[in-house]
Design a protein around this ligand. Structure first.
Ligand SMILES: [Zn+2]
Length: 62
């Protein structure tokens, strides 16, 4: 099952769609608005972890 998630861009707060499983594989995603790269870099990792945790919460409630 593919679950697409969105995280707010750290620069412009545009919601960036990403696939959590791909992100964990090291795939970077680009903000469609300001083209900042979102990936498992040290500075964006907390955002990613938060999003993945949220995904787990969704799984748990279903
Ligand atoms: Zn942006």
């Amino acid at each position: 099952m593919k679950v697409e998630q969105q995280i707010p861009c750290p620069v412009c707060v545009t919601m960036i769609p990403f696939d959590a499983s791909q992100l964990l594989l090291g795939v970077n995603f680009e903000c469609p608005n300001c083209h900042v790269s979102i990936g498992l870099a040290a500075d964006s990792k907390p955002i990613v972890e938060k999003a993945v945790k949220k995904l787990d919460d969704i799984k748990n409630t279903k």
